[in-house]
Design a protein around this ligand. Structure first.
Ligand SMILES: Nc1ncnc2c1ncn2[C@@H]1O[C@H](COP(=O)(O)OP(=O)(O)OP(=O)(O)O)[C@@H](O)[C@H]1O
Ligand SMILES: [Mg+2]
Length: 177
């Protein structure tokens, strides 16, 4: 907006022009958000482990739960689809625990084993009752997680009960390095 005002000072007070530029600014911000969500800088530059660690640190530094991050056995980089999907999965699970769990403590574990990556997200919050049918829970987040796990030919196990906290365990096969 500022740059355009300098270039076209005569237009700067026209309401239509202002609305138009506002929309462009908004779209640009939105695009930045989306692309950051798809591939945040830490993820593309440093890989999955530092990116997830930084996510946990950000949550822990806020008012929400203290999120402990534990990782071992993942030394190099994983393939782009695996890094991206696992990041999106962790992002949604952390999002859920912040939004729904009321937990004071949570743990995110990312472990490399021969031939697979194991992700565990655990919280000490209120837990929830699992519904048997697909899509019976209110949102699309867990459905998306399940779809990503399936796409990567992995397995997901949700262990949650009202009052008992939630543990979500995901195994994703990767080529042994
Ligand atoms: N860690 C958790 N603790 C307590 N309840 C949870 C937790 N994770 C999920 N839930 C419950 O499962 C429901 C479904 O989660 P899901 O991510 O699919 O949807 P959402 O978070 O409500 O919406 P969306 O992800 O579409 O924004 C949630 O509404 C919540 O009731
Ligand atoms: Mg959700």
């Amino acid at each position: 907006m500022a740059e355009v005002k300098e270039l076209k000072p005569d237009l700067a007070d026209d309401p239509k022009f202002i609305t138009g530029i506002g929309l462009i600014d908004e779209a640009a911000a939105e695009l930045r958000n989306i692309s950051h969500n798809i591939m945040p800088a830490t993820l593309s530059k440093l890989g999955l482990v530092p990116a997830v660690k930084s996510l946990c640190d950000i949550i822990s530094s806020g008012k929400g739960p203290e999120v402990t991050f534990i990782s071992f056995g993942i030394d190099g980089r994983l393939s782009v689809p695996v890094e991206l999907s696992l990041y999106r999965i962790v992002f949604e699970l952390i999002n859920n625990l912040v939004k729904h769990s009321g937990a004071t403590k949570a743990t995110v574990q990312l472990m490399g084993h021969a031939g697979y990556i194991n992700l565990v997200v655990e919280d000490n919050g209120r837990g929830f009752r699992q519904t048997t049918g697909a899509n019976e829970n209110s949102g699309i987040g867990l459905g998306n997680v399940a779809a990503r796990v399936e796409y990567l030919k992995g397995k997901m196990d949700i262990d949650s009960m009202p009052g008992k906290g939630t543990t979500i365990i995901i195994d994703i096969p990767v080529n042994a390095s």
